[in-house]
Ligand binder design. Structure first.
Ligand SMILES: Nc1ncnc2c1ncn2[C@@H]1O[C@H](COP(=O)(O)OP(=O)(O)OP(=O)(O)O)[C@@H](O)[C@H]1O
Ligand SMILES: [Mg+2]
Length: 162
């Protein structure tokens, strides 16, 4: 559990410019603090930089300026392996597209983050099954992910090897 005094997210002057050409200043000097158990919605018109902000916040992209501390860790100072470990531990990211792993079942898809966390096979299955049950998907546990209702052609570009 994060300490009550250390913000979960602490961004100071974070900016992101895509190099281009031409360069696109997608996020300008964002200063944002989010504490434990806070619920925050980012809203804005299309192209205003929401995804850019979330990609930086979720450690999927790096800022071009400013400082970002996640759970007290200065993200820019982390090595790639440490960033990956922190992302695996601290970030849950729901993409607009499903990015499910094709030819794997629903429960196997839910298990993927636990696989990277080194959780044992039995424990992975137990936790993933419980989560699907909680979401009312008990009857789809062993369904091929391609048969799930959110599945569409653009969903099969997952970077996760199947
Ligand atoms: N990889 C990229 N290279 C160059 N420009 C980009 C890239 N990704 C996004 N942009 C540009 O950065 C700006 C912000 O885009 P972003 O996707 O963050 O907006 P958004 O608020 O998420 O929009 P939407 O509501 O449509 O999802 C836009 O002008 C967009 O065209
Ligand atoms: Mg977006």
């Amino acid at each position: 559990m994060p300490s009550a005094r250390v913000p979960v997210v602490a961004m100071d002057g974070v900016a992101k410019t895509y190099p281009g050409p031409p360069p696109v200043p997608a996020l300008r000097e964002c200063t944002l603090t989010i504490g434990a158990a806070e619920f925050v919605a980012i809203v804005g018109p299309s192209g205003s930089g929401k995804s850019t902000l979330l990609n930086v916040l979720g450690l999927l992209d790096t800022p071009s300026a400013g400082t970002y501390r996640l759970l007290g860790a200065s993200v820019a100072e982390l090595r790639e392996r440490e960033r990956t470990a922190l992302r695996g531990r601290a970030i849950g990211f729901v993409f607009q597209d499903a990015y499910l792993v094709a030819e794997r079942t629903a429960v196997e898809n839910v298990e993927v983050p636990l696989l990277y966390q080194g959780v044992s096979a039995a424990e992975r299955r137990r936790r993933a099954t419980a989560l699907l049950e909680e979401l009312g998907l008990s009857d789809r546990v062993d369904a091929d992910a391609r048969t799930l209702s959110a599945a569409n052609d653009s969903a099969w570009r997952s970077p996760v090897p199947s």
